[in-house]
Design a protein. Structure first.
Length: 502
């Protein structure tokens, strides 16, 4: 017996080995028990459940097999929901005995999507024929995929700290795709955003998820449209030029794409990039989340890579490099890098965010950085690798005798910098991340186009100097002097006029 008010839908896709597979599933509200992170209690709630109860397959996997399986879907749908069980004819015989497929024009030209969510929507949602809704659904689904990808590589502490927001994004995604009855004006409104899922997820979190469903939030957002249009990136913002806009590039091969930038930009000290490759690999295998969040500066005179944490602590080496080093050079670029994973080929994977005008970024660092309070030095005894000493030094002590702590006391293996206000630094870094996550997502080739375009503008080829004349030989110099002397004498004494013929 099927649950009350359940929906039955079909899904057709290529199989893992061979053939075309048909899955017949039921979707219904299911009573489950789960932990509520807001109330801190275990509660009985209703959640959308999808369960497959029948599967079919073809022996072939050609396009004709795919079409025939979709005809089976037509028969199943007609049998379950139609007035009478019949199969609609979709084929016609032509003279060459081939089978000609007959589609409505709009369906024939519509691109297929790989998303399992969009397949379900296209077959079951009451707005499935609405082009605006399908466009919004595809964008919401991509927003959710991007958000899930951004969580890869995070530590368990980071995952737990984001648990409430993760649940909010999941709730917003499911409700907007499967349950909300969008009006036409709502579709127009949400289609203005690059990330409509983030808009709803943020408000749902701010309301502490204290309603029965996300629909209340959607209605509130629609009533206060102007507030949100000014806070979140819009689709119109994507149309600005490559040079003037900021982009982020998600889940890319860092060594490959950053290496292309280094190759284009660096003129001197190219070996800096090899040091950066080591830093990326160390970050990938580090257990410390702070090690995976980096700023990268690249210009004609090489590169520098520093952690985000140390960059925002005043007077650290990272701060001094990022905030002051050649910030006014026209060919300097800055990027924020988030290391997230290592793939099966040992490539370091991560996210890259453009910083924009580096001079402005350097000013920003100087303005917001948190004062340094102390430094922890870890010394290794050169006689034995097993003997270590850790000393915490105040900023005042270090400034009074820096050589004592960096050279005389022993071999410095590690340095850890501590701000006066750890909470202030944490808030600052959190705000920076929120700001970065609001910029548009782009493909990696846009990153390289932007770098190339800027370099073409700031590195104009030098003007050609006039060719130098070859030095004259001695004979040429004597001949020139002789001509000059004859000319001078002719002007001084006057040239004799030839006699006229009688």
């Amino acid at each position: 017996m099927f649950p009350k008010d359940a929906e039955i839908f079909c899904n057709v896709d290529y199989g893992g080995s061979e053939g075309i597979y048909l899955g017949i599933s039921v979707r219904y509200e299911k009573d489950i028990t789960e932990f509520n992170p807001v109330s801190g209690a275990i509660e009985n709630v209703k959640r959308l459940a999808i369960e497959r109860f029948a599967t079919g397959k073809t022996l072939g996997d050609t396009i004709d097999d795919l079409d025939r399986m979709n005809l089976v879907v037509s028969s199943v749908t007609a049998a379950l929901y139609g007035g009478k069980a019949e199969v609609q004819e979709r084929y016609a015989k032509i003279e060459s005995s081939e089978v000609a497929r007959i589609y409505p024009k709009s369906e024939a030209t519509k691109p297929l999507t790989q998303s399992k969510y969009l397949v379900r929507i296209a077959e079951t949602h009451h707005l499935r024929g609405n082009a605006k809704f399908m466009e919004l659904a595809e964008r919401i689904d991509q927003n959710y995929t991007d958000y899930q990808n951004s969580l890869k590589g995070l530590s368990m502490d980071d995952i737990f700290s984001r648990a409430v927001y993760m649940k909010a994004m999941s709730d917003a995604h499911n409700y907007m795709l499967f349950k909300h009855d969008f009006r036409d004006y709502e579709l127009d409104f949400y289609l203005q955003f690059q990330n409509p899922l983030e808009v709803v997820g943020d408000v749902w979190t701010d309301r502490n998820m204290n309603h029965n469903e996300v629909g209340f939030v959607l209605k509130d957002i629609s009533r206060q449209q102007e507030n949100y249009l000014s806070e979140y990136p819009l689709m119109d913002d994507i149309n600005v030029s490559v040079d003037d806009s900021l982009r982020r590039y998600m889940n890319i091969n860092l060594e490959e794409h950053l290496g292309k930038i280094a190759e284009k930009v660096i003129v001197h000290h190219i070996a800096d990039w090899q040091t950066d490759i080591e830093a990326l690999n160390n970050a990938a295998f580090s257990d410390c989340p702070d090690d995976k969040r980096l700023f990268w500066q690249v210009c004609s005179f090489g590169t520098h890579m520093s952690t985000e944490r140390e960059t925002f602590i005043r007077d650290t080496p990272a701060y001094n490099t990022m905030a002051h080093y050649r910030e006014n050079d026209p060919d300097i670029f800055g990027f924020y890098i988030e290391v997230t994973d290592v793939d099966d080929s040992d490539n370091v994977i991560g996210n890259v965010y453009e910083i924009g005008n580096y001079a402005e970024f350097a000013k920003h660092i100087r303005k917001v950085a948190v004062p340094l309070e102390s430094i922890t030095f870890t010394y290794s005894d050169e006689r034995s690798e097993d003997e270590w000493e850790t000393v915490n030094v105040s900023r005042k002590e270090f400034d009074a005798n820096p050589r004592h702590f960096t050279v005389e006391k022993g071999n410095v293996a590690e340095r850890d910098y501590h701000p006066f206000d750890e909470a202030q630094l944490a808030r600052l870094i959190s705000q920076e991340r929120i700001s970065r996550d609001k910029v548009a997502v782009a493909l990696p080739h846009v990153l390289h186009l932007g770098v190339t375009s800027k370099l073409d503008k700031v590195r104009k080829p030098p003007e050609k100097s006039p060719e130098k004349k070859k030095p004259k030989t001695l004979a040429e110099k004597l001949e020139a002097a002789n001509k000059k002397a004859k000319s001078h004498n002719a002007q001084k004494h006057g040239a004799k006029k030839p006699k006229e013929r009688e």
